[in-house]
Design a protein around this ligand. Structure first.
Ligand SMILES: NC(=O)c1ccc[n+]([C@@H]2O[C@H](COP(=O)([O-])OP(=O)(O)OC[C@H]3O[C@@H](n4cnc5c(N)ncnc54)[C@H](O)[C@@H]3O)[C@@H](O)[C@H]2O)c1
Ligand SMILES: [Zn+2]
Length: 683
């Protein structure tokens, strides 16, 4: 009875194992299809590798349940029927993997046990592209094929012809009458980025990574498409050579150098290493330089250098015994998106940030990743509770690169953008044609406070002497200032609380603040930090409206009448003045004593420089450039940035350069600073 039970239990277990093997085989073959046929992986490689390892372990314990179509037994990939087929003269295999120093040492020991003399190695970057076989007869390019299932690949002769670094005719001497070269077709990172940029602009599907982009570009029926894709190639092995007696170098490294002499690109990172220690140093060195390489690599390949030893070691199911891929830690992993938080940046940009189930990727634990903006969310098609692929490469901040579509639960929910600022509750607006949503709180929004006050005090705004970024940051951190009006209430003794601020400098700063109260209307408008209202627009607004009350009462229609103000800026202005709390900030500034000389109502016609275009160049010593500009504008002139035949007058300060020469060439009137001062004084 007791025995029966154990028997039952055991057979139940065996059944469960058989079923698990069947399931894993199915799942992995499904992923293989997406990866090798569609060039669009459905899960990160790390996840694929884990599932494959799981299957290997089960198959090793129960070889009787291993399916003939198991991904452990076959080289991944198939040759698509839409291409002509090439039958490889010698199978194209895969590589076994190691993931740690210990695993590499185990690989070394396995080999060392079998060889008479200690093996030495040829180490190469593991290029992340796709393998191709290229045939040359009498030194002339004849045919190229993909790896396919290892035995049969796709005929991509015409496509490979478009890759400029692949020779159509061999150089040098001593190449065999029949030569098969094997290597990797890759897409350099830069080409990949611009390809995806173009795809994004056209609303087309982007490639997930350079490997898939290279594969997708090469496996095209129309070779013109391939030609447009900037692919690269590196040779990494000899294939078939005929006659077989042809004399070749007896070490793999030297064979690579032979390939190089015949005109093939060979990676400059290829290196011979004699010991485990050297190999590990090579691996570590390349890993630290990984992000600065022009192409993507996912590890290094370590090959026994001596060709005789290679032959003696031979092959296992689908890979040579004499080589292994020493892989880098994964840069892509998958995890759950648990929620989305919205952060308000210093310029009011509202950024969605994904809250992730913590995941170890690219050497760190990642628990959130930016989703950038609504467009990015739409592009990814991501929802809350989706399983997402997170990528962290080098020092680059973690990114969500894709979702795993078939892992979406029924209760996944849309990501909703907030309509009001999570920090200050002001309206969030997203203007048409803009990707970014922004808090309209401006001066009022705590998240924007430091930037807003730095801007308020800056040279072109209220120009508070001595109120640098560091001072502003401390004033806010120490809660001495909340809104710009608070600046005018600061006492010298309070300011001595700041770092490196003695009583003397504090007193000077208080004086500077007092002086800054006297400003101009246009500086005041600029200081408010209304979006896209730069100093020129502020000056135009000031001379158009002349008084704050009139400006506050204006609507978009009226704003548009002002020079340089378009629909967008008009919207920013109306939004700004529609918010009660912004009006409160403006009022409190006026109450604090900020003032400016009234702009007289001058009949437009009587402006002395009406209709003229002036250009300022060189260094002015008595006036600052912005004030000069504002004063010229107040007299009705337009102030332009470059000299043309329409320029009325050029003001050339000290060390004026090309603009001065141009004005001289065009015979345009030129004034020095004294001359300008005279004009401004009405002389
Ligand atoms: N995400 C997925 O769904 C999915 C599915 C299938 C496979 N994969 C990934 O693909 C990989 C397995 O694919 P594989 O069997 O083609 O093996 P592989 O890509 O890991 O290794 C073999 C290949 O390495 C390439 N290679 C690059 N540099 C080389 C060099 N210097 N010398 C020799 N070969 C070099 C060759 O193209 C060769 O075919 C794994 O990383 C796996 O995670 C992922
Ligand atoms: Zn806000």
């Amino acid at each position: 009875m007791q025995n029966d039970k154990i028997q039952d239990h055991a057979s139940f277990n065996i059944q469960a194992v058989a079923q698990e093997i069947a399931e894993l085989t199915d799942i992995l073959n499904g992923h293989n299809y997406c990866y090798y046929v569609d060039d669009a992986p459905s899960i990160p490689d790390a996840e694929y590798d884990r599932l494959l390892k799981q299957l290997k372990v089960l198959e090793t314990a129960h070889p009787e349940y291993c399916f003939p179509d198991s991904p452990t037994q076959r080289v991944g990939g198939v040759a698509l029927a839409k291409f002509d087929q090439v039958v490889h003269l010698k199978p194209m295999l895969s590589l076994d993997n190691v993931f740690s120093d210990e695993e590499f040492e185990a690989f070394y020991n396995r080999i060392n046990d079998k060889t008479d003399t200690a093996p030495t190695f040829c180490c190469e970057p593991k290029l992340d592209g796709l393998a191709v076989s290229i045939l040359y007869r009498d030194g002339i390019y004849e045919r190229a094929g993909t790896r396919g299932d290892g035995k049969t690949g796709e005929d991509i002769t015409e496509n490979v012809r478009t890759i400029l670094s692949i020779p159509m005719k061999l150089r040098g001497e001593n190449f065999p009458p029949l030569l098969e070269v094997r290597g990797e077709v890759i897409m350099p990172k830069q080409a990949f980025d611009s390809l995806n940029e173009r795809a994004r602009a056209k609303g087309e599907k982007e490639f997930v990574n350079p490997r898939n982009a290279a594969a997708g570009s090469l496996r095209q029926l129309d070779s013109k498409i391939t030609a447009s894709r900037a692919l690269g190639f590196y040779a990494y092995a000899l294939g078939v050579v005929e006659p077989e007696t042809w004399e070749l170098a007896d070490h793999h490294y030297d064979q690579l150098m032979q390939l190089k002499s015949w005109g093939f690109p060979v990676s400059a990172e290829v290196k011979q290493c004699d010991s485990v220690k050297d190999v590990i140093a090579y691996y570590t060195d390349i890993m630290t330089r990984r992000s600065s390489l022009a192409y993507e690599i996912d590890g290094v390949v370590i090959k026994v250098d001596n060709i005789d030893q290679q032959a003696m070691l031979g092959f296992v199911a689908k890979a040579p015994r004499w080589a292994t891929a020493f892989k880098f830690p994964a840069q892509e992993e998958m995890t759950l998106l648990e929620g989305v938080d919205f952060q308000v940046g210093r310029t009011g940009a509202v950024t969605p940030v994904a809250r992730l189930k913590p995941i170890f990727v690219g050497g760190v634990t990642v628990s959130n990743a930016t989703l950038h903006n609504a467009d990015e969310i739409a592009r990814l098609g991501v929802k809350i509770k989706d399983t997402v692929i997170v990528r962290r490469a080098g020092d680059v901040i973690p990114q969500i690169v894709a979702i795993v579509a078939d892992k979406r639960p029924d209760d996944a929910s849309e990501i909703e953008f907030p309509t009001t600022c999570p920090v200050c509750d002001s309206l969030v607006e997203r203007l048409e044609g803009e990707a970014v949503a922004r808090c309209t709180g401006g001066l009022f929004c705590e998240a924007q406070r430091k930037e807003a006050i730095k801007h308020f005090a800056s040279r072109k705004a209220l120009d508070i002497d001595g109120m640098g970024d560091k001072v502003v940051e401390q004033l806010i951190d120490k809660e001495l200032v909340e809104s710009p009006a608070d600046l005018f209430k600061l006492s010298a003794s309070a300011m001595t609380m700041l770092d490196r601020m003695g009583l003397k400098s504090a007193t000077n700063l208080v004086k500077a603040i007092e002086v800054a109260k006297q400003t101009t209307f246009s500086r005041f408008l600029y200081a408010l930090g209304i979006r896209e209202v730069g100093e020129a627009t502020a000056a135009n607004l000031a001379s158009y409206f002349k008084s704050l009350d009139k400006l506050k009462a204006a609507n978009a229609e009226e704003f548009i009448k002002v020079d340089d103000v378009g629909i967008i800026v008009a919207q920013h202005l109306t939004h700004f003045f529609a918010q009660e709390h912004n009006l409160a900030v403006v009022d409190s500034l006026i109450q604090a004593g900020v003032n400016w000389p009234a702009i007289e109502e001058v009949a437009e016609e009587s402006l002395s420089l009406k209709g003229q275009t002036w250009v300022l160049t060189g260094t002015l010593t008595q006036l600052n450039r912005n004030d000069a500009k504002a004063q010229l504008q107040a007299l009705g002139a337009k102030v332009a940035g470059s000299v043309s035949k329409n320029t009325s007058c050029l003001v050339a300060g000290e060390a004026a350069g090309s603009k001065l020469t141009k004005a001289q060439d065009l015979g345009i009137k030129i004034l020095d600073e004294e001359g300008l001062l005279a004009v401004l004084a009405g002389e």
